[in-house]
Design a protein around this ligand. Structure first.
Ligand code: 13P
Length: 252
């Protein structure tokens, strides 16, 4: 079985103190097991705000944990006040970048076309993009909500996409409402079919993560679903004890 991918998205949270707290927990964990044992079971990616990346990179350098960012610009440099490029992230040892999160789509008006450009630029720079898609509650209540997911995928994923896809139903983010295993399985199967339709053979191997109110209590159930390659964890990635429970999940 491939290692499950566990991504912590801190969003606009965290302090230097939080970095030390989480890094201490992850270092203790990685001292307990060999790096090989950890890498056989999980690939851990922590995505703090930009300002904490250098400190977290320093604190995690003895662990197998990887570093991710929460966004980047679609250009590599230029007159884009307040933005950060993929090239800048690489300089700090970042390997992954979350793109098209629903909070950016909603709060910053990020359209599929911009996300697609970001994915291309990030990939060319050498980062692994984690592209988020998801439907609102209203869309979910309509039978055709998978159409919305299909359109988001067609719009946001470039033709040579080789990153990670994350399914995050918007109604499950930060609400405590997790999609049921049946709902997750059904949607994941749809997404896989759609990936194969869009990308042919390479669509078979693109990992698909689930995100939305993942907790220490439900992570084992979610990761036991064969179609789920990993989880994207928001709020619960900021508590060292809880996050440790999540990465130490036991498949049921
Ligand atoms: P929560 O885990 O807080 O619901 O957030 C999910 C998310 O948006 C991760 O990107």
């Amino acid at each position: 079985m491939s290692p499950k991918i566990i991504v912590g998205n801190w969003k606009m949270n965290g302090t230097k103190e939080k970095v030390h707290e989480i890094a201490h927990a992850l270092t203790t964990y990685s001292n307990r097991l060999s790096h090989e044992e950890i890498q056989n079971k999980t690939q851990i990616v922590i995505c703090p705000p930009f300002t904490l990346l250098p400190l977290l990179a320093e604190c995690l350098k003895e662990t197998p944990c990887l570093l991710g960012a929460q966004n980047c610009h679609e250009k590599l440099s230029g007159a884009h006040t307040g933005d950060i490029s993929a090239a800048m992230l690489l300089e700090f040892g970042v390997s992954h970048v979350i793109l098209g999160h629903s909070e950016r789509r909603q709060n910053h008006g990020e359209l599929d076309s911009i996300i697609r450009q970001k994915v291309t630029t990030a990939t060319q720079a050498g980062l692994t993009p984690i592209v988020c898609i998801g439907e609102t509650r209203e869309q979910h209540e309509e039978e055709t909500y998978t159409d919305v997911l299909g359109w988001q995928m067609e719009g946001s994923l470039p033709n040579d996409f080789s990153g990670i896809l994350a399914y995050e139903p918007i109604w499950a983010i930060g609400t405590g409402l997790t999609a049921s295993p049946e709902q997750i399985t059904e949607t994941m199967c749809f997404l896989r079919e759609e990936l194969i339709r869009q990308f042919g053979k390479s669509g078979k191997t693109i990992p698909i993560l689930y995100g939305g109110s993942v907790t220490a209590d439900n992570v084992s159930t979610i990761l036991s679903i064969p179609e789920v390659a990993g989880v994207l964890v928001g709020g619960q990635s900021l508590n060292a004890d809880t996050f440790l429970h999540i990465i130490e999940y036991q498949c049921l």
